[in-house]
Design a protein. Sequence first.
Length: 219
Amino acid sequence: MGVLVSASLLSADLSRLAHDINSACEAGADWIHFDVMDGHFTKNISYGIPVLEACKKAVPEAFYDVHLMVDKPDLYVKLFSDAGADMITFHYEAMTNVFDTIRLIKSLGKKAGISIRPDTPAAVLYPYFDTADMFLIMTVEPGFGGQAFDERSPDKIRGLKNEITRRGSCALIEVDGGINKDTAPIVLSAGADVLVSGSYIFGADNMKAAVSSLRGKAL
Ligand code: DX5
Ligand code: ZN
């Protein structure tokens, strides 16, 4: 499988989301990354269920990669699923039973991911190799776009990838935060499968060239 690129709407023009989702898809993004923040798990608040519903209605063919940075995510899984999420990723640190939450997401026919903050060791994910579809390694502290990439991340990704391979798991590794043309090759060589990128894609003069550069290709 090639590298997947998930464009984070946090850096899109929020007054014309449908336009920006279409632009990201036309530029070659595989997924649309939808960051949900509740002001508790993160310091910041972003957007939620009705906004996802509106995006799905406007651009139904896009794949919505929903990143829940909220406490008690199990309370909201069904609502985000109904609103149009294709993949739902929640945080290991977010006061929830991880196995039950994965089961709930899968019972709704959606892909399930578990995310960890930069300070959480990857080993906490090891019990979920057979049940999770994806592990999201935060390469910045959750809460804001445009932050600098955490330099400790490549070792963490490499260790997780080795363990995934050793145990024959099919789980993908997604990375999120500070991903651009310079950091993408570092995380890809460490074993990342899916690259989330917000400010780099939506801030680019040529979005198509930006998405290609994340895959290590010129236009
Ligand atoms: C941060 C979010 C990210 C954010 C990434 O909490 O989870 O998805 O949009 O933004 P960039 O790519 O600008 O670092
Ligand atoms: Zn995110």
